[in-house]
Design a protein around this ligand. Structure first.
Ligand SMILES: [Zn+2]
Length: 87
């Protein structure tokens, strides 16, 4: 239903009731990660500009504004300290 895929190994329960989601969407719905931007690459409605089959990419698409500050936090402060010691 979500991605309009017609072939799936297993139909899963979704917000519309049992067996309304394909296997990939159902797994994500169960773990609370089924976003409108998520779509399996095999889906006939898959569009790379607005859809992704990777949860990480979906998150990036959803919060482009905060993406830069997120990646800045990932830079370990220890590297800065090590550089200062070498001077
Ligand atoms: Zn699906």
């Amino acid at each position: 239903m979500h991605c309009e895929i017609t072939k799936t190994p297993q139909w899963r329960a979704g917000p519309m009731g049992p067996k309304t989601l394909c296997n990939a969407c159902g797994v994500r719905h169960k773990s609370g990660r089924l976003f409108p931007e998520y779509r399996p690459a095999a889906s006939p409605t898959f569009c790379p500009a607005v859809h992704s089959n990777s949860h990480k990419k979906v998150l990036e698409m959803r919060c482009k504004d905060s993406f830069e500050s997120d990646s800045a936090e990932l830079i370990p402060n220890t590297n800065v300290l090590a550089l200062e010691y070498n001077i």
